[in-house]
Design a protein around this ligand. Structure first.
Ligand code: FDM
Ligand code: MG
Length: 226
């Protein structure tokens, strides 16, 4: 007997630049969901613990060099190797908070010069998030917060390009939604001003999450970019 009343979990993706407070907010959200008795699990991409993840880690720490396309496909493969477990977890009723996803995959590679549609294609068909939060922070704010680290993409020029691409991506989707454009990706984006205090950002995120927890479980899980 299948319990058809059992609610599926919700897939929430948090995207943003380095220094946007993404990981802090993802952790805080996981804790708050637990307090509210919503079963939740926190994951992050890249998942550096798998064999593919280890190759990605070596690349990001400049211990190896890879063709831009090769590393792009590894990032995608790193998501695919976890896709089944994500789906299972959601169907068991556990909500997933995902720190970076395919959107990071696209914007970081596009900012290196790869074509947008080429970058999207390997991630077509992944579980689509029910909510994607873009934590936006200015380069000035990032600098105030202690600047970037030592990893490959943590350079101001790269971060600026990535920010512009994220914003375009999000705005394009919001516009398509307002027009009722059927070709729109089935992803609801919310841009969050992450330059504010931790508490304010937390509250904005919580509001959005409560809304999606109400609505999303009634709909089947969607596929990304199909
Ligand atoms: N990154 C992350 C990508 O270039 N492609 C991807 O698909 C993903 C998931 O990896 F600069 C980049 C973004 C960032 C770097 O991410 C490592 P974390 O969140 O700092 O570990
Ligand atoms: Mg980083």
């Amino acid at each position: 007997h299948v319990d058809t009343n059992k609610k599926r979990g919700v897939l929430i993706v948090i995207e943003g630049l380095d220094r946007s407070g993404k990981s802090t907010q993802a952790g805080a959200l996981a804790a708050r969901l637990a307090q509210s008795n919503v079963p939740a699990k926190l994951i992050k991409f890249p998942d550096r613990t798998t064999p593919i993840g280890k190759m990605i880690d070596a690349y990001l720490r400049s211990q190896s060099d890879l063709d831009d396309r090769a590393i792009h496909l590894l990032f995608s493969a790193n998501r695919w190797e976890l896709a089944t477990s994500i789906e299972r977890t959601l169907s068991e009723g556990t909500t997933i908070i995902c720190d970076r996803y395919a959107f990071s995959g696209v914007v970081y590679s596009v900012s290196k010069g790869l074509p947008f549609s080429w970058c999207k294609s390997p991630d077509i068909g992944l579980p689509a998030p029910d909510l994607a939060l873009f934590l936006d922070v200015s380069p000035e704010k990032a600098r105030e917060r202690g600047g970037y680290g030592e990893e490959r993409y943590e350079k101001e020029e790269m971060q600026k390009r990535v920010r512009e691409l994220f914003r375009k991506f999000v705005v394009r989707e919001e516009d398509a939604e307002q027009r009722g454009d059927a070709s729109k990706d089935d992803v609801t984006w919310v841009q969050i001003d992450a330059g504010r205090s931790l508490e304010d950002v937390k509250e904005s995120i919580w509001r959005e999450v409560q809304r999606v927890l109400e609505d999303a479980p009634r709909r089947p899980l969607r596929r990304l970019w199909v």
